[in-house]
Design a protein around this ligand. Structure first.
Ligand SMILES: Cc1cc2nc3c(=O)[nH]c(=O)nc-3n(C[C@H](O)[C@H](O)[C@H](O)COP(=O)(O)O)c2cc1C
Length: 203
């Protein structure tokens, strides 16, 4: 089959996000100018450079009632955030933190998570997370949107510090079985990485 209009694919649901997956999940902590904490998952996320380590994620659409999502509004005020990585074991907490609640609600508390101090940014990280990337805000790009109610954005961050839980390091390498990363698929589906294999490059 072929389609070029998201409303004309004749499938039960738009398959786009099911095709571009699995996607890693940026579990972004941020803070407003009064120190109110915010935490939310973003699966339009990836690493885009490693010297310096740089990430991108996409806070799209307004929050219910209008205005930028809390994560984006906070980052534009403070110029910093933390991308916590999420494991299968933290799936319920991650899901709880995606609730559309007001900016005054601290999703660390809502999800029963512990804020732990960061080193180079004021925004705390999620203590329970297997790893956390402290980020400085580099830029926000506004992307085209075909829906007047939805604003599409790319937020780029430079990673200035990396926390790794000792339990996921084995013999100087990240032990993927211990890390057990959670990934977003399409629809309401997720995957957890349970097995890996190695393949050497041809040159
Ligand atoms: C697994 C998962 C992935 C998500 N990915 C995105 C995303 O990439 N972009 C986005 O705008 N919203 C995404 N959402 C929805 C946001 O998490 C949700 O709108 C949240 O309430 C935003 O919180 P905030 O206003 O505190 O930033 C995702 C939700 C879940 C559960």
């Amino acid at each position: 089959m072929f389609y070029d209009d998201p409303k004309k694919h004749n499938l039960k649901h738009n398959p786009f996000k099911a095709l571009v997956g699995p996607r890693p999940i940026a579990w972004v902590s941020s803070m407003d100018l009064d120190g109110v904490l915010n935490l939310a998952p973003y699966s339009f996320f990836n690493a885009i450079a490693d010297q310096p380590p740089t990430i991108v994620f996409a806070p799209n659409g307004p929050r219910p009632g209008g205005g930028a999502k809390d994560t984006l509004a906070n980052i534009e005020k403070t110029n910093e955030f933390v991308v916590n990585l999420c494991s299968y074991e933290l799936r319920d907490e991650m899901n709880k933190s995606s609730a559309h609640v007001g900016p005054e609600v601290d999703e660390f508390e809502l999800a029963g998570l512990t804020p732990a101090p960061s080193v180079h940014v004021k925004t705390p990280r999620v203590e329970e997370a297997p790893a956390s990337l402290e980020c400085r805000f580099v830029t926000r790009l506004r992307l085209p949107s075909t829906n007047p109610k939805i604003e599409n954005n790319m937020v780029i961050g430079q990673v200035v510090g990396i926390h790794i839980a000792d339990r996921i390091i084995d013999d100087g390498m990240i032990d993927v079985a211990a890390y057990h990363p959670l990934a977003r698929l399409g629809y309401m589906d997720y995957a957890a990485v349970d097995s890996t294999f190695e393949m050497l490059r041809p040159d």
